[in-house]
Every structure is written in structure tokens, then in C-alpha cells.
Write a new protein. Structure first.
Length: 460
């Protein structure tokens, strides 16, 4: 190949980037197609005599581009540049820090596509899209290409690629604007972007990296380098996806644990426990407690198989849970075939007695609907008392939120000494509700540990 020289015009201060871009783009086409032909020849006809000539053409054109870059980046002492064929011993031996190191020759490409992915190529030049698409498909990638920034954003509004190869200088929306949009869109922010451009300006590279680009490659590029960069980006993408999935699973498990915690503890109490409180115990001066017991359930259970017994209890207590939630009550626990709830804690409320009374009346309506679904009689006996209680958490590995005090004991005795199908309330509760509900005085009853106490029947 003969030596030749080029005489470049004196450059001004404007239009350097378009000049460089316009020079490089058609030259990149020559290099790209030549490299593709070389790869095919080296694979199918390694002894073909045209291979050395094509190699020399690629090397010479790349060195010419380097000279153009130097011309546009630093004031030369002369506008006369000679391009000579390198000595055989120096061919391909460029300085590692020079752009030519990335562009040198066509060494054997041993870097394989270890992570096949879906890649979007964004370039307004059809030859660039064809060359990149062909290379990427040969490596096993799924490739889509678009001709503009607008088309890229429209495509990504419907699909999410694994990687974007993005040109900078395009009509309409520029590559930089596309990059900004990608990184500011939640569903696209994690998609890696490699800028592939004819511009090799360090300031532009820094700007793109600062805006979130994963990498920046100037064309013409070494195919092995491009393949390595793509593999690295896709691998990082896979790791990031795995990390996101792991974090999502952790969040799901955390939410599941919180739901389980809220199933056994009131939300306000659970929050205090999560905040690190070691001992949770409170005195609530005005609370109403209710006990509801399934009458003669022991005898009914003895005639049924275990699955039927548990199924019936689950049906009844699930309905009671829904009613408790409807009235804003706090379910405390179930004890065998008895159900315990309270109003006025852990958040005090002035209508604690009224809400319990309405809950108790609704209980019998609910039991009536359940009776139609099961065999055998089902009935309730209900007891209510109002007053102060102590509430707190007990247990170390299995937490339990429970209540203590005379109010709890009296409510339990009102139930156990009550009548089937009736709601028996203490004098404390009657005094609070006597002007709002209808009662029938039952008289005095003997309460274990308390002696004789007056009680009333709350009428529906």
C-alpha cells in the first residue's frame, strides 16, 4: 500500500463535533463491513489472499481517524498530515492509552457472549444499525433497532430491554436527552446504557457517564471490546435483577411477618414492640370486656369427628372476628369454645360500652345465620362488664396480648352465670348504657369471689 497524505482545511472554532461526526460515520461503515467480511473469511477461507489487504485497509483508515481526532482536539503545527504504512514490527502495537489501542487491527476475538440479552440499538444511520445488529445477533442476542430518540422512547414505553446501545448525534431528540429520560423513568432506570458514538470527546464522555451511562464507546470499535462491555453490562444487569428479586422477597417476608404479628397483637402495641420496648403494660381506666361462649358445645363436639369440630369453631370465630372488626373492637383471644374481646384499648374511646353492646346484639343475628348451615343446635351465652383493666404483652417466643383485673373476672362470671341466648351485663355496664338500650333486670346473682351482684339482660 502506497503512502499518501491529506491536506485538512484550517479549522475554525465552530462545528468541530459535526465535522468529526460526518467524517467518521462513512468511514465506520467501511471498517464495519470490512471487519464482518474478514471474520467470515477467517472462519471459512483463512488462506484467502484478500485478508492481508483488508486488514491493511482497516488499520490505515483507523490511523487516519486518529489523526483527525488529534487535529480536532489540539492545535496542530501544520495542517499537512502524512499517513504511512507502519513497519511490520509495529503494526497493531499502539500505546495502551491512545484511542488506537481500542481500534487496532482484527485480532482473533475470543470473548464470547456469556449473557445473551434483549438489546435495543438506537441510531439514525441504517448502516450502523445493520452492522451492530448483525454482530449482536451472531453473538446470540435478541436485537431491536430504532431510527430516532422519539422512536426509542416509544418502544421503551411498551418493552423493557436488557441493554440500550445509544447514538448521541441524532435528529430530533438527541441521545443525551434519551439517556436522561431513561434514567429518570422508574421502570427503565436500571437498564444499562452504552453510548456508541462517532464522537470521541472526553468532556462528552464524562457528561454521559455523569448522566448514568454505563459505558461509552467511540466508533469504529474493536468488536472484542464491544462484546466484553456488553457481557459485563448484561452480567451486572442480571446481578441487579437478582438483587431486586431478593430484596422483594425480603420485603414480602417482612410484610408477612408484620401481618402475622398484627394477627396476635393490636397495631399500636405491635409498633411499640418493633420500636424496641421491652416491657409493654398499660392501665386503661375505662374499658368494656365481653365474653361469648358456645352453649353445650362440649356435648356437640363429642358426637362429631375432629375435622367437623374444628371446622365449626373456625366458622363461628371467623364470623365473630369480622363483626369485631366492623365494630372496632380488639379481639383478645379464644379460650376453648369461648370468645373474648374488648373496647377502649389499646386506643381509648368514649363509646366503649356502646360498641360492645351493639356487637353483642349482632352476635345472635350471626349465630342465627350459621345455625342454618350446620346440624345440631348452636347458641351463645354472653357476659359484659365495664371498668379499669391492665393490658400488656406476655411471653418471650410466642407473644400474647392479654388483660387482667376485676373487670375481666366479672365479665367472665357474667357469662358463666348467664342464660343461654341472653346478654348479661354488670351494674357498671348498665349504668353507662341504661339511657341508650333496653334492659331487663335479672336481680342479684352469686359471683365467685365477689358475692352477690346485680345484673341486667340486654334486650336486642
Amino acid at each position: 500500500m502506497e503512502d499518501f497524505f491529506v491536506e485538512l482545511p484550517n479549522r475554525g472554532t465552530n462545528d468541530v463535533y459535526p465535522l468529526l461526526h460526518d467524517l467518521r460515520t462513512p468511514v465506520n461503515h467501511i471498517i464495519g463491513y470490512a471487519e464482518i467480511i474478514l471474520e467470515d473469511l477467517e472462519e471459512k477461507s483463512p488462506e484467502d489472499k484478500i485478508i492481508p489487504d483488508l486488514t491493511k485497509i482497516c488499520e490505515t483508515v483507523k490511523r487516519w481517524l486518529i489523526l483527525v481526532e488529534r487535529y480536532t482536539s489540539a492545535p496542530p503545527s501544520s495542517t499537512h498530515f502524512e499517513i504511512t504504512e507502519p513497519e511490520e514490527s509495529n503494526r497493531g502495537n499502539f500505546e495502551p492509552d491512545s484511542p488506537a489501542w481500542l481500534l487496532a487491527g482484527l485480532e482473533s476475538d475470543h470473548i464470547k457472549a456469556t449473557n445473551a440479552g434483549h438489546i435495543l440499538v438506537v441510531d439514525d444511520d441504517p448502516q450502523n444499525r445493520e452492522i451492530l445488529g448483525r454482530r449482536l445477533r451472531q453473538q446470540g442476542h435478541l436485537v431491536d433497532s430504532v431510527v430516532s430518540g422519539e422512536a426509542a422512547l416509544d418502544w421503551m414505553s411498551k418493552f423493557t430491554p436488557d441493554l440500550v446501545l445509544l447514538d448521541m448525534l441524532m435528529p430530533g431528540i438527541t441521545g443525551r436527552e434519551v439517556l436522561i429520560k431513561i434514567k429518570s423513568t422508574k421502570q427503565l432506570a436500571e437498564v444499562p446504557v452504552i453510548v456508541v458514538s462517532a464522537l470521541d470527546d472526553q468532556a462528552e464522555i464524562a457528561r454521559c457517564i455523569g448522566l448514568g451511562a454505563e459505558d461509552y464507546l467511540s466508533t469504529p470499535f474493536n468488536p472484542a471490546v464491544l462484546r466484553a462491555r456488553i457481557n459485563t453490562c448484561l452480567e451486572k444487569r442480571r446481578f441487579r435483577e437478582a438483587e431486586i428479586q431478593h430484596l422483594t422477597r425480603l420485603e414480602e417476608e417482612k410484610q408477612k411477618s408484620e401481618r402475622l404479628l398484627l394477627n396476635i397483637l393490636p397495631e399500636a402495641v405491635a409498633n411499640r414492640l418493633k420500636a424496641g420496648e421491652k416491657v409493654i403494660a398499660d392501665l386503661f381506666p375505662q374499658v368494656t370486656v365481653i365474653f361469648a361462649d358456645l352453649v353445650d358445645f362440649t356435648e356437640l363436639a363429642s358426637s362429631k369427628d375432629p375435622e367437623t369440630v374444628v371446622g365449626l369453631l373456625n366458622l363461628v370465630f371467623s364470623r365473630l372476628d369480622m363483626l369485631a372488626q366492623k365494630h372496632g373492637l380488639e379481639k383478645i383471644k379464644t379460650i376453648g369454645d369461648a370468645y373474648m374481646a374488648a373496647a377502649g384499648l389499646p386506643v381509648p374511646r368514649p363509646d366503649h360500652a356502646e360498641s360492645i353492646a351493639r356487637f353483642a346484639i349482632d352476635l345472635f343475628t350471626e349465630i342465627g345465620s350459621i345455625q342454618e348451615m350446620v346440624e345440631g343446635p348452636i347458641n351463645l351465652r354472653v357476659g359484659i362488664d365495664s371498668g379499669p383493666v391492665i393490658a400488656g404483652i406476655i411471653g418471650r417466643n410466642k407473644f400474647s396480648y392479654d388483660l387482667w383485673g376485676d373487670t375481666v373476672n366479672i365479665a367472665s362470671r357474667m357469662e358463666s352465670n348467664g342464660l343461654a341466648g341472653k346478654i348479661q351485663v354488670s351494674e357498671n355496664t348498665w349504668n353507662i348504657l341504661k339511657d341508650k338500650f333496653t334492659f331487663t333486670e335479672r336481680g342479684e346473682i352469686e359471683i365467685k369471689g365477689k358475692g352477690s351482684m346485680r345484673s341486667w339482660i340486654l334486650e336486642p
